[in-house]
Ligand binder design. Structure first.
Ligand SMILES: Cc1cc2nc3c(=O)[nH]c(=O)nc-3n(C[C@H](O)[C@H](O)[C@H](O)COP(=O)(O)OP(=O)(O)OC[C@H]3O[C@@H](n4cnc5c(N)ncnc54)[C@H](O)[C@@H]3O)c2cc1C
Length: 320
């Protein structure tokens, strides 16, 4: 859509250039579809265009993976097959493609939309939020005068379309630590309609010490993490029981935190959260390689089933 209030587009990634009425422009898939009055804020006057930053989309090192805020969904989707990472060392990379697929996106979204734009839009169904929060991602935020601070992604999103950014702050990158990438993972996503927007998206991580980290997104207004420490023995041996997991969810998730919109009523989202959490617990409690007893939802096929990108699977999924 035309943004009729825009007076200038400025190519810059310097927070010192930001003024009230400005918005950082990444892929533009939110800005150009919601328009100048996005999310009820004041009308926008300038767009600060991040397209010429030259930031490397993905940087792999011993300490983990750094995703530039400007990394597109298509670039991220290519990562597990790109040869720059050893998927045997970092099994949690299995999450990358199902999270990208959770956009059920059109060609435009796939190729233009960015990791940073998704985090900063801060919708409950933001699949890059799910991925980065579940992997203990840490966001680097830049402010004027060279200021910089870090925030865990799980705390960066504070509510529906709300986040920790101060006015004018710029999300520069997200670091995914090697320790989380080395974990076994399980993924579940549900939507009310076939290939619709996520109504519940849960990711479980079994860490080396046997601890379970469960990240609930889409069902809730903001990410919620439940951490159940392991016994320090064999991974999976110290798993909580179903009752312990349910009690931990009870404690972490007051009813008011479940999201309510056209993509799912809070009561349904709550039911699905408990159901998917238990499926994840059971999958990670079983020895690695065991076929899960039950897989609700989509996008978590067995490892030997090749996954197609949305463009290969279906021409358009507009209107998700
Ligand atoms: C058909 C369709 C389906 C969609 N499905 C989903 C979905 O399932 N889940 C979902 O979450 N969204 C969905 N969206 C919304 C949107 O496409 C995504 O959230 C997308 O990831 C936004 O990224 P972008 O780079 O295009 O952001 P932009 O439109 O460029 O920016 C979005 C917001 O983030 C700010 N911003 C961008 N980058 C930065 C930065 N580095 N630092 C600070 N602020 C920044 C902008 O100023 C703006 O306020 C969908 C949209 C469409 C049209």
């Amino acid at each position: 859509m035309d943004m009729t209030t825009i007076e200038a587009v400025v190519r810059t990634a310097d927070p010192a250039d930001w003024q009230p009425g400005d918005a950082w422009l990444a892929g533009g898939t939110v800005l150009f579809s919601y328009g100048s009055f996005a999310f009820g804020r004041e009308p926008l006057r300038r767009l600060l265009d991040l397209s010429a930053t030259g930031w490397p989309a993905i940087t792999v090192s011993e300490s983990g993976i750094d995703l530039a805020a400007t990394c597109t969904i298509a670039e991220l989707y290519a990562l597990p097959a790109g040869g720059s990472v050893d998927t045997a060392d970092w099994p949690a990379l299995q999450l990358v493609r199902p999270c990208c697929d959770s956009f059920v996106a059109s060609f435009k979204i796939w190729n233009m939309s960015t990791v940073g734009g998704n985090l900063c839009t801060s919708l409950p169904a933001g699949p890059m939020i799910s991925l980065c929060a579940a992997l203990d991602g840490v966001a680097t935020l830049l402010g004027p005068g060279g200021a910089s601070r870090t925030v865990p992604v799980a705390e960066f999103v504070t509510g529906d379309a709300r986040n920790a950014l101060a006015p004018g702050e710029l999300l520069r990158s997200v670091h995914l630590p090697a320790s989380a990438l080395a974990s076994r993972v399980a993924f579940r996503r549900l939507s009310l309609s076939n290939l619709g927007r996520s109504g519940a998206l849960l990711i479980g991580r079994l860490d080396a010490d046997g601890g379970l980290v469960l990240t609930v997104t889409a069902a809730t207004k903001r990410p919620v993490q439940v951490r159940l420490p392991g016994t320090g023995g064999t991974a999976g041996a110290g798993m909580p029981t179903a009752a312990q997991l349910a009690a931990a969810l009870d404690a972490a998730l007051p009813d008011g935190l479940y999201h309510d919109d056209i993509h799912g009523l809070p009561a349904w989202r709550k039911d699905m959260t408990y159901r998917l959490a238990e499926e994840i617990r059971a999958e990670l409690a079983a020895p690695a390689g065991t076929a899960p007893a039950r897989v609700s939802g989509d996008f978590w096929p067995p490892a030997d089933v090749p996954q197609a990108s949305p463009q290969q699977a279906s021409p358009q999924q507009e209107g998700a």
